[in-house]
Design a protein around this ligand. Sequence first.
Ligand SMILES: NC(=O)c1ccc[n+]([C@@H]2O[C@H](COP(=O)([O-])OP(=O)(O)OC[C@H]3O[C@@H](n4cnc5c(N)ncnc54)[C@H](OP(=O)(O)O)[C@@H]3O)[C@@H](O)[C@H]2O)c1
Length: 287
Amino acid sequence: MILVTGATGHVGRAVVSRLVSSGQEVAALVRKPEAAQKRLPREAALRVGDYEDASALKAAFAGIDRLVLISSDGAADTVTRHHANAIAAAAAAGVHHITFTSIIDIGETSPFYYAPAYRNAERRLAACGVPSTILRCGLYSDFILDTWLAPASGELALPAGQGLVAPVSRGDVAAAVAAAAAGADTSRALYTITGDRPLGFDEIAACYSEATAQPLHYRSCALGDYLASASARLDEPWPQAFSSLCASIAEGRYASTSSDFTALTGKPPESFRDFLVRAVFGVLTKG
Ligand SMILES: NC(=O)c1ccc[n+]([C@@H]2O[C@H](COP(=O)([O-])OP(=O)(O)OC[C@H]3O[C@@H](n4cnc5c(N)ncnc54)[C@H](OP(=O)(O)O)[C@@H]3O)[C@@H](O)[C@H]2O)c1
């Protein structure tokens, strides 16, 4: 049986659906079973647990062969603790394999707010005694759209310089995760999941203009200016997280692409342009 955490979220729900459709026996880790039942395929068994509750996680992971650990979100110290609890519980419960969604930029010198949290999780995975497969995922196309492109004010001002990113949709991340978790070969330790083409934010803005017929222009701004404007709109940690992400992009840390998505799924990733057209025509899974 494969257990998926974050199963009520965008990526987790899509992983559960894909695994159920491919005939796998699937369990879903949820916090509120009644609400979760309505959102997940009825074939998925529900296991209840919170990342904060180590003993509940261990009980929830009993009898599970493979764990899909969808990364947690929020303040970096909370995320670090959640991943640590889940990895320790998996080892204590005798899980045979863990698939984990990490991030591309975990470099020691990275400015990105979350880089230390993900370095920590990857180190714990390497040391926990359970074989694991890590998917280092690029920026989600959905994240870029929701956080930076909509609602469009006509100007996209980010402290990302001329840095490039190769966006990948949450749907494609879920496809890659499901393929890695269900695959016969769980010996490969690391995949990098990106879109197929690196884009500058000027190209991203142009794609948005084309898909929506709303003009949008990119302007590279100073980090301090972005931080001040984000802090006026958003609670911590988001101003810090988003500005340091832009700093990482400006340093070229998100520019590379990988063919691992195609190797795992047998198809090319969805282009950012096609993703936007799908989003604009309202056929993306919401909520
Ligand atoms: N690469 C990128 O661009 C990017 C961007 C944003 C996020 N991410 C990462 O990708 C992950 C998946 O994205 P997503 O869009 O699927 O996220 P999402 O829709 O927000 O889903 C988060 C999931 O985590 C669960 N969860 C939250 N706190 C929990 C806790 N304390 N114990 C147990 N479960 C908990 C939620 O359960 P409930 O339904 O009970 O709340 C939900 O199922 C995120 O968590 C984040 O780490 C990556």
